[in-house]
Ligand binder design. Structure first.
Ligand code: ACO
Length: 325
């Protein structure tokens, strides 16, 4: 009997502090940085983002999202034998946010580790969990994307600080005789490290290098639209499917123009695309599971439908997962 993995529950969480574009513009104006709701909406589609309060970490956001996903799956933390957290904003240098989450969930004994692939992190984590379940190394996994990207933002740099937000999304992925995940496709090209990075690091009791996010927005934009189309076509080919088989596209939520361009290339009408970038901004590794949970809970994505999840981010990393819910 061939073994597959299947999503049995989704969950998400954003911290309560919501800033509209106008709120953020007012806050930035007080620091002499000029932006506007019109500019942000026109260039990105973002209208709101949520920021975690001081002292709230990725593991705290992950905990809420994980509990929601476990409840939706009808599982408890004790049922879980694998936790993977995708994050670029871990609570600590080490141990992993996955271990901290495991402890906060009150579970122990299963494997727990982080995956770091920036905005593609959830796609990477889901692909790893799928592979581990299919070879029998795990039976019930919690796969989480959680970020407090607000901690990395340079609020003097209007070209980046308006784009990002905090949040978490999670899925329970279980061994199944029925196919859930149909195919996965992962890639990276490390020569693009410099166009999107947070270069600082801890050394000898100090942070060496700049600890704030740096981005060449136009270079990222050009790369993103190309590789997202490639990843979608590659994962469809691996599964023996075509664009016509996709009921729902759940792309990384960085910029509405990137999402619209991907949908156009895949000949998908926007009513088949889950868009949450207006609500949350870019939450990096949390954006895809947040959008997936939003799609499921709003009824946009129904059980039995085929969804294409895809992401791109720093590294550069990119990838896609095709699945039946
Ligand atoms: N408010 C007002 N004006 C601004 C702002 C702002 N927040 N930011 C930039 N501007 C100004 C610039 O200074 C520039 O002014 P100038 O013409 O006088 O020099 C003008 O707006 C145009 O700037 P551009 O950088 O050309 O604007 P562009 O249309 O390329 O949009 C953006 C910038 C939104 C960053 C775009 O390049 C983009 O979305 N890139 C993709 C980046 C991305 O999504 N990154 C997320 C992380 S990676 C990932 O998740 C895939």
């Amino acid at each position: 009997m061939r073994l597959f993995s299947r999503i049995t529950g989704t969950g998400s969480y954003v911290p309560p502090r919501r800033l509209t574009n106008a709120d953020l513009a007012a806050q930035l104006a007080a620091q002499g940085v000029e932006t506007s709701d019109e500019w942000i909406v026109e260039r990105t589609g973002i209208r709101n983002r949520h920021f975690a309060d001081d002292g709230v970490f990725s593991s705290d956001l992950a905990l809420h999202a994980a509990r929601n996903a476990l409840e939706a799956a009808g599982r408890t933390a004790q049922d879980i034998d694998l936790i993977i957290v995708a994050t670029s904003t871990p609570d600590m240098v080490f141990p992993s946010t996955a271990c901290i989450l495991q402890s906060k969930l009150g579970a122990a004994g299963g494997a727990a580790f982080d995956v770091q692939a920036v905005c593609s992190g959830f796609i990477y984590a889901l692909s790893v969990a799928d592979a581990m379940i299919r070879v029998g190394s795990a039976t019930k996994a919690l796969v989480v994307g959680a970020e407090v990207f607000s901690r990395l933002l340079d609020f003097q740099d209007r070209t980046t600080c308006v784009l990002f937000g905090d949040g978490a999304g999670a899925v329970v992925l279980e061994a199944s005789e029925q196919p859930g995940i149909l195919a996965t496709d992962l890639h990276a090209d490390g020569k693009h490290v410099g166009i999107l990075c947070t270069p600082g690091h801890v050394a000898n009791g100090h942070i060496l290098g700049d600890p704030l996010l740096k981005m060449d927005g136009q270079a990222v934009f050009k790369l993103a639209v190309g590789v997202l189309e490639d990843a979608a076509r590659a994962v469809l080919a691996k599964a023996g499917k075509t664009e016509a088989d996709i009921d729902c596209l759940v792309p990384h939520q960085a910029n509405l123009r990137i999402i619209q361009s991907t949908a156009r290339k895949l000949k998908m009408p926007m009513d088949k695309v889950v868009v949450t970038v207006d609500l949350h901004g870019n939450t990096s590794a949390a954006s895809i599971p947040l959008a997936l949970d939003h799609g499921v809970r709003s009824g946009r994505i129904q059980a039995g439908q085929t969804a294409l999840l895809e992401g791109v981010g720093g590294g550069f990393t990119w990838g896609a997962v095709l699945l039946t819910l």
